[in-house]
Write a protein that binds this ligand. Structure first.
Ligand code: FPP
Length: 253
């Protein structure tokens, strides 16, 4: 039914995607914005703008097909090494994105949440992120997690520190720590692990993204640059995922 809906709207082909067996959670590393812009003789910031627009399109489509979670890597703990002008431009794009989302997310049924250390951002950005979180808590729909100033190593260290603090204040016991309880200390607490991680832009690495959460995730790499990553490309990734044989360390029955 959902497939028919998409075909009617866009006239494209959904290939081999079985829309009744989609992953619940897809993660995407938004890579290739700079190269996309360079190929067009544009400044890198134009690539980020195109990347943000593409995220809007893909997130809306993910909502339409009933995906529960979409997690994207928008700004890593390492991205501060970029020229100040580029960092400012990315953060300004995010600010604008959040402002607009506050007006539209309820209507669009897209929840916008954030993962990462926000303490370094200015007050306006922190407040906007908190307001998006607040609205997200009272609406239903696809949950889009935008990773901002996020790095997996930092996330895991923060989780260990917070667990240690809880041990010291007596709210948990060291011997009660299990893998499941440790997950409660990650930014992704309560969210299932992504079944599929997509990296456009030609690189084949995780770049400090969701290291804990991706223990059994299927990876899909493509040379297509993020601003060009279309719904057709998403279909290819979903179809590739559905052809995989997931055994989780076991054997095939
Ligand atoms: C990686 O491409 C992209 C980033 C570091 C920034 C991504 C940010 C956005 C798309 C803006 C806001 C996002 C949302 C979700 C509203 P790159 O610049 O490293 O590309 P390159 O490898 O071609 O240089």
């Amino acid at each position: 039914m959902k497939l028919a809906f998409w075909k009617k709207k866009s006239g494209g082909s959904a290939g081999q995607v079985d829309f009744d067996h989609l992953p619940r959670h897809v993660a995407i590393i938004l890579d290739g914005n700079g190269r996309w812009a360079k190929r067009r003789g544009l400044p890198r910031t134009a690539g980020h703008r195109a990347g943000a627009e593409n995220f809007r399109k893909i997130a809306t489509y993910c909502r339409d097909i009933g995906l529960e979670y979409l997690t994207v890597y928008a700004f890593s703990t390492e991205n501060w090494k970029r020229p100040e002008e580029e960092v400012d431009a990315i953060l300004d794009l995010l600010r604008r994105y959040m402002l607009e989302a506050l007006d539209t997310m309820e209507r669009d049924r897209v929840r916008l949440c954030f993962m990462g250390d926000r303490s370094v951002f200015n007050q306006e950005l922190r407040e906007l992120a908190a307001r998006c979180d607040e609205v997200s808590q009272r609406i239903e729909g696809c949950q889009c997690n935008i990773c901002l100033n996020y790095g997996s190593h930092a996330e895991i260290v923060r989780a260990a520190q917070n667990f240690a603090k809880d041990c010291i204040n007596g709210s948990v016991k060291l011997e009660d720590l299990t893998e499941e309880r440790f997950e409660d200390y990650l930014y992704s607490a309560g969210i299932p692990s992504p079944e599929l991680l997509i990296r456009p832009g030609g690189e084949q690495r995780l770049s400090n993204f969701l290291l804990w959460q991706c223990a059994y995730t299927e990876f899909y790499f493509t040379d297509v640059l993020w601003p060009d990553f279309s719904i057709e490309e998403l279909h290819k990734a979903l179809a590739a995922y559905q052809r995989r044989d997931r055994r989780f360390g076991g054997v095939k029955k």
